[in-house]
Write a protein that binds this ligand. Structure first.
Ligand code: PLP
Length: 425
């Protein structure tokens, strides 16, 4: 079969039933798998044969769904994790250890920032945060001899900055390290970072991929293109024998296509166990089957809402990459020509009090911390997720007191605009 398009991949990739087999991906609700002999099972533990033995490491349901996301991103191998947080952690910890350093865009999801700046720092990994808008020279200056990776988000949650992926990839590769991209908000329907030079992609599948607020999950996909063996001293975990797996060397045994994901499965899933449940993987696949259809609608609604807000006398400012005049419009045209996402951030004139009043009046949009869901949801960070901060601290965090994050769902745009119009008063 010739290479299929993205929508066909959403519907069909990852699982092809044989004659008389279930049409839907079966939920293999089993912790363990049975073997005839100890020798058969021993081969799995030596990574000599592929197969399943314990769901903490791998499960067939998960592998079908990971294969679909791998196909969507155009990667060589992929794995599911229990959450987006686990995916971000594994993607970095698979190649960086105590004493290492990572360069990250400062415009990233708050949970990822905390993971890097606080928790992984306690593990002895240092992060340098750079503005996504930095010059190539400023980016270059952030690297150290012990830098092991560069990290950024295609479209940052909630700042809605669009990353210049080629600029970050060029800097990473000039220093012999991979670029890891969190592609949660764009999804592979709107941007495939591997086509722009990224090496590893992560997802919080909790957002658009699941799309229905049903299951927390994450994914890591490897492009298979980064040549670890050119820098064996930088990446000893991939290029020298793993004593905890009978001395196998991942790049030798599994090639560039399989080394990263096999190591993350064999070591990190074994030791940390952040597996996605097969039941959740099944829900995730239902979401993926309509991802291309839903993303189109999310983007149409986001665009319509952004255009309504832009120029409304009660609105102080609007951030949406699809809006001509937005700071990231040109980058969005380049990296996200078919649309960006359904999330629009804006400021209500009158500051914190006016934003709080706006939230109280909403009827169609629900107040939630969630985003990227079928149902429109809205958050005022200054009175919710960031409520412990005063105005000066909010400003330092890039969250103004008037900021409202409006995540357009799949409803009719007219109803969303009507709700916003009445709530603005
Ligand atoms: C939500 C989110 C995460 C974290 O994912 P969880 O599934 O909640 O653990 C990471 N990155 C981005 C961009 C997100 O929006």
């Amino acid at each position: 079969m010739s290479e299929t398009r993205i929508g066909t991949k959403c519907v069909q990739s990852g699982y092809t039933p044989g004659n008389g087999e279930p049409r839907e991906i079966p939920i293999i609700q089993s912790t363990t798998f049975k073997y005839a002999t100890s020798e058969d099972m021993g081969k799995l533990f030596d990574l000599e044969a592929s197969g399943y033995f314990y769901t903490r490491l791998q499960n067939p349901t998960n592998d079908h769904v990971a294969a679909k996301i791998t196909a969507l991103e155009g990667g060589s191998a992929g794995m599911l994790t229990s959450s987006g947080q686990a995916a971000s952690f594994y993607s970095v910890f698979n190649i960086a250890s105590c004493g290492d350093h990572v360069v990250s865009s400062s415009s990233i999801y708050g949970g990822t920032y905390n993971l890097f700046a606080v928790t992984m720092k306690r593990m002895g990994i240092d992060f340098t945060f750079v503005s996504p808008d930095c010059t190539p020279e400023e980016l270059d200056a952030a690297f150290r001899p012990n830098t092991k990776a560069v990290f950024g988000e295609t479209i940052a949650n909630p700042a809605l900055t669009v990353l210049d992926i080629e600029k970050f990839a060029a800097a990473a590769h000039a220093h012999g390290v991979p670029l890891i991209i969190d592609n949660t908000f764009a999804t592979p329907v709107n941007c495939r970072p591997f086509e722009w030079g990224a090496d590893i992609v992560t997802h919080s599948t909790t957002k658009y991929m699941d799309g229905h607020g049903a299951a927390v999950g994450g994914a890591i996909i490897d492009s298979g293109k980064f040549d670890w063996t050119k820098y064996p001293d930088k990446f000893p975990g991939l290029c020298t024998p793993d004593e905890s797996y009978h001395g196998i060397t991942y790049t030798e045994r599994f090639g560039l296509e399989g080394a990263f994901i096999t190591k993350a499965t064999a070591q990190l899933m074994r030791d940390f166990g952040s597996i996605q449940s097969p039941q959740n993987a099944f829900y995730l696949n239902l979401g993926l089957e309509s991802l291309h259809v839903r993303m189109k609608r999310h983007c149409e609604n986001g665009q319509a809402v952004a255009e309504f807000l832009n120029g409304n006398p009660k609105v102080a400012w609007v951030a949406y990459p699809g809006l001509p005049g937005d700071k990231y419009y040109a980058l969005a045209q380049k990296y996200l020509p078919n649309g960006s996402c359904g999330v629009v951030s804006f400021g209500v004139k009158g500051g914190r009090a006016a934003a709080e009043e706006f939230m109280r009046r909403l009827r169609v949009a629900a107040i939630e911390t969630h985003v990227a869901d079928a149902r429109t949801c809205c958050l005022h960070p200054a009175s919710a997720t960031h409520r412990q901060m005063n105005d000066a601290e909010l400003a330092a965090a890039g969250v103004s007191p008037d900021l409202v994050r409006f995540s357009c769902g799949l409803e009719d745009a007219e109803d969303l605009i009507g709700d916003i119009a009445q709530a603005l008063g």
